[in-house]
Design a protein around this ligand. Structure first.
Ligand code: HEM
Length: 176
């Protein structure tokens, strides 16, 4: 057995050599192909640069903990936080939304952002607070500025579907 294995080593080494020679041949004779190959290896998807689903899940857990402790917005999430199943579903939706949005192999199956937030009365300052809580979570896991910026650029445009017009100020009693 050992003899067979030893005999195989040079064959495998030789095959590897042939493969790499073929690669460099292809690259030399087809510069466009070589360029594509280089781009594919340097430009990873945001999903992968964030560290994949496990890392995204860790960020979402931290983010939700930040929101729960944030007195500027935690009242919006009182019912969510008080129901384990609902909280788990919300976190799962957040993870899938970020995973899919960053090019990962997930599918977000929740509501669209307009429907999900309809009637909540979310204002610009609430949106800002929530983004701060997310940035705090990304910073805790040392997500680099570039990746942080790319993720925020995906979520930022959702603001117009989430934030509602401020309720009209109560009209002053009519005076004669
Ligand atoms: C970019 C910003 C935001 C994103 C990406 C986002 C994302 C989501 C997602 C994916 C859901 C689940 C939808 C579903 O159940 O199908 C959700 C629900 C919800 N969001 Fe947002 N949201 C954002 C901003 C906000 C803000 C600013 C507030 C309030 C301060 C807020 C409050 C809520 C609440 C209370 C729910 C319901 C949670 C539950 O199902 O119990 N969201 N959001």
């Amino acid at each position: 057995m050992r003899k067979i294995l030893l005999a195989l080593v040079p064959v495998v080494t030789l095959m590897a050599g042939v493969a790499s020679a073929q690669d460099s041949h292809t690259a030399k004779s087809h510069p466009a192909k070589a360029h594509k190959a280089a781009a594919a290896t340097t430009e990873k998807k945001l999903y992968d640069r964030l560290g994949g689903k496990k890392a995204i899940t860790a960020v979402v857990d931290e983010f939700v903990a930040n929101v729960a402790a944030d007195t500027r917005i935690n009242s919006f999430f009182a019912a969510t936080a008080g129901d384990k199943k609902r909280l788990a579903k919300f976190k799962g939706n957040m993870v899938n939304q970020i995973c899919e949005g960053s090019g990962g192999p997930c599918k977000y199956k929740g509501k669209d952002m307009k429907t999900a937030h309809a009637g909540m009365g979310v204002q610009g300052q609430h949106f800002g607070a929530l983004v701060e809580d997310l940035v705090k979570a990304l910073d805790k896991f040392k997500v680099p500025e570039k990746e942080k910026g790319e993720l925020l650029a995906i979520l930022g445009p959702m603001q117009s579907d989430i934030v509602e017009a401020a309720p009209a100020a109560a009209s002053a009693p009519a005076t004669k």
